[in-house]
Write a protein that binds this ligand. Structure first.
Ligand code: GAP
Length: 475
């Protein structure tokens, strides 16, 4: 159980020091929202990816009828025909509201800013960044100072910036500003990354980097039905990169502009959709616990009606599986969404492509467009949750160790000869040769045994084998 608190700076510093994650293009000053995975981070992320693929595709869970689910995997293209994104609703519809501060030149998601105002809504209002305790306290203090009172009572309230009429913006003091009225009115900002396909350029050849892996699955629905002998209900799974030009990438790899998703589209009959929705919500939370996230750090949260995505089915909606990250604590941040997408996507692709996309149930002699339950997890964000969960401040010389579930630990075991003589290196090397055929193991004979243990503590290696005097005697 993670009880000791730590800051994100400490985690980011360990990730850099030990080769988990580095800023992308670091020697050129970095590039906001992009990250590179080092040797340990790559192993960790690959282990999470492989555990998901194994548990969802190769060995899927047992369904409510006691039979294993049927799920097949695909790997679709990142760039698709641009019409895909018109049909999916992303072109024109995948936007975030953004505000700029003219004084500090900072840019904010308008729906991530709140203001404190006196309750009749008159006088100055102070904006703060949602979930950021320091920025909230600063705003409270400024309002108290302005009103010449010791502390704020009930007559003051907080509200979302997006709920404030724009003619009142001239009375708002932005985060970290000296002047009043420096925030611009919210504008819609498209999250789609565009690019050009082919040499001729121009708008006719404009294409998009996918903002979710899900659409590649919908596009291949008929291919899978025609080639794989699947019967509804069944799932199609995909893991891969997604790209979003986020207004404010932040909190390390939590919100980046290039990231990886692990998505399942579960196709079922409309009458059974609610049952499958509940099944997937329960199962996916359980799965994250199996990866080592503790119950106290996980929660399920139903989306409010005003946060639902354009595809979420009326009245059924989306559940988020949330994790208590250090920067959201005591609150939680989204790790995975389980959405009831209805038959929105298959119907839209039918409409936009003119091709029939549906399913014929031979037993019931019924043709229909399946409904979809979508467990959509972040692989990058999941890797961050595992890093946060593993980080354990301690009294030992390294002051910290990483506690990973052995299944996802980057290095499974280290092999140390206690001293580099007396036949110990020979035995250790032989053991290393044997073990490395099956596992990621490391041989280390350099420096004191204490330093070698400390290095493995920080890498989160669950097992260390020391070849010592006893080994020479009893093997
Ligand atoms: N197909 C549905 C979909 O994409 P989403 O809630 O937008 O739904 C699913 O994304 C998951 O992808 C999120 O729960 C999160 O883990 C991850 N994710 C989304 N945007 C991200 C970003 N900018 N950086 C890192 N992970 C992100």
């Amino acid at each position: 159980m993670t009880t000791t608190t730590f800051s994100m700076e400490e985690l980011v510093s360990l990730c850099k020091r030990r080769g988990f994650i580095f800023p992308a293009s670091e020697i050129y000053g970095g590039i906001n929202g992009f990250w590179d995975y080092g040797p340990l981070g790559t192993e960790l992320k690959n282990n999470l990816r492989d555990a998901w693929w194994h548990d969802m595709v190769h060995c899927p869970p047992i369904g409510p009828d006691g039979e294993p689910l049927s799920i097949v995997g695909i790997d679709s293209s990142i760039i698709q025909n641009p019409k895909v994104w018109e049909a999916s609703g992303h072109v024109g519809g995948f936007n975030d509201p953004m505000v700029d501060c003219r004084e500090t030149k900072s840019r904010y998601r308008a729906d991530h800013l709140e203001v404190i105002a006196n309750s009749n809504g008159e006088g100055r209002m102070y904006a703060f960044i949602e979930g950021d305790e320091e920025s909230f306290e600063r705003a409270r203090k400024l309002l108290a100072k302005y009103e010449k009172i010791d502390s704020l009572g009930d007559e003051y309230s907080t509200m979302l910036l997006t709920d404030i009429p724009t003619d009142a913006f001239e009375r708002i003091v932005g985060p970290n500003t000296k002047e009043v009225g420096t925030l611009t009115e919210p504008r819609q900002f498209s999250l789609m990354f565009d690019t050009t396909v082919g040499a001729t350029g121009g708008d006719d050849n404009k294409a998009y980097l996918r903002p979710e892996t899900a659409q590649g699955i919908f596009l291949n629905f008929m291919n899978i039905v025609d080639t794989m002998r699947v019967k509804v209900p069944f799932g199609i799974a995909q893991i891969g990169k997604a790209f979003r030009n986020e207004v404010t990438p932040r909190n390390f790899i939590f919100r980046s502009r290039e990231f990886e998703q692990m998505e399942i589209e579960w196709f079922c009959h409309e009458d059974e959709a609610q049952q499958w929705y509940e099944f997937w919500c329960d199962y996916r939370k359980e799965w994250w616990q199996k990866m080592g996230l503790t119950t106290e750090n996980l929660q399920m949260r139903q989306h409010d009606s005003d946060e639902l995505a354009h595809y979420a089915k009326d009245g059924c909606g989306t559940f988020d599986i949330e994790y208590k990250f250090p920067f959201t604590s005591p609150g939680y941040g989204e790790l995975e969404g389980v959405a009831h997408r209805g038959n929105y996507d298959l119907s839209r692709h039918t409409e936009f492509s003119g091709k029939k996309i549906n399913y014929f149930d031979q037993e019931k002699n019924e043709r229909y467009t399946p409904h979809v339950i979508e467990p959509s997890a972040g692989l990058s964000r999941g890797t961050l949750a595992l890093l946060c969960e593993a980080y354990t401040p301690d009294d030992r010389p390294s002051k910290v160790f990483m506690k990973f579930n052995p299944r996802i630990a980057p290095i499974k075991a280290a092999i140390f000869p206690l001293v580099n003589k007396n036949g110990m290196p020979e035995i250790a090397t032989k053991l290393h040769e044997e073990m490395r055929k099956k596992h990621v193991v490391q041989y280390d004979a350099k420096q004191s045994i204490g330093k070698r243990y400390a290095r493995m503590d920080e890498a989160g290696t669950p097992y260390c084998f020391v070849i010592d005097g006893d080994t020479l005697e009893d093997n």
